[in-house]
Design a protein around this ligand. Structure first.
Ligand code: HEC
Length: 102
């Protein structure tokens, strides 16, 4: 029981470290790769996560006024995309850079 509690605490601390200091990439090696939201990571995420329900072209051609952050969070909240916060940040970084809003 105590061991379980300890593991939970450790896991919690790990999550805080990973989320709070995305540049400490080596800490992310344990389970979840890619903690730092760089555009390169975002590209891979985009190709994998944003093409499962619709084609990439839907995103590439999108020129609505909503910022990417809003679009991505809509995909998650309304459309049910299974993307965690960290990954969403990566993909938003990528989209902002690749398809900047005017
Ligand atoms: C679970 C399925 C799903 C996933 C995964 C998904 N989308 Fe979507 N997406 C939809 C649906 C459904 C629509 C059409 C309804 C809407 O616009 O909300 C859509 C529409 C869009 C549109 C067009 C919006 C418009 O107003 O014309 C954009 C841009 C978009 N998605 C971007 C993304 C990006 C970026 C990702 C990856 C982070 C993503 N989607 C992942 C389901 C998904």
């Amino acid at each position: 029981m105590n061991k379980l509690l300890l593991s939970c605490l450790l896991l919690g601390a790990f999550a805080v470290i990973v989320c709070g200091a995305p540049l400490a990439a080596s800490a992310a090696d344990e389970q979840q790769p890619a903690a730092a939201p760089t555009a390169d990571d975002g590209k891979a995420v985009f190709e994998k996560q944003c093409t499962s329900c619709h084609k990439a072209v839907r995103v590439e051609k999108y020129n609505g006024s909503a910022p990417w952050k809003t679009v991505v969070s809509r995909m998650i909240k309304k459309n049910g995309a299974k993307i965690d916060e960290n990954t969403a940040a990566q993909v938003v970084t990528y989209l902002d850079k690749t398809y900047p809003k005017k």
